[in-house]
Design a protein. Structure first.
Length: 74
């Protein structure tokens, strides 16, 4: 599975954190959630942290789901 990329975040003066993915807003965090996110992003792999917080990371079952009879016609 490739490493997540294309994420960035901005901290605003009111404490809001806006996470973008390839230029589009993926998530907006406020209050305690914003503080917790910034702490995790600064302590670890920021791209992976942003992917997890936005839900934009692959869980590894996409290939299996693609082959399911329900999804073959798509």
């Amino acid at each position: 599975m490739p490493r997540p990329s294309g994420f960035s975040y901005e901290r605003h003066t009111d404490g809001t954190v806006v996470i973008t993915h390839q230029g589009r807003v993926a998530s907006t965090l406020r209050g305690g959630r914003a503080d917790k996110f910034v702490a995790q992003a600064e302590a670890g792999d920021a791209q992976l942290v942003m992917a997890r917080w936005t839900g934009a990371y692959k869980s590894g079952n996409e290939r299996v789901a693609r082959d399911h009879p329900r999804n073959r016609g798509r």
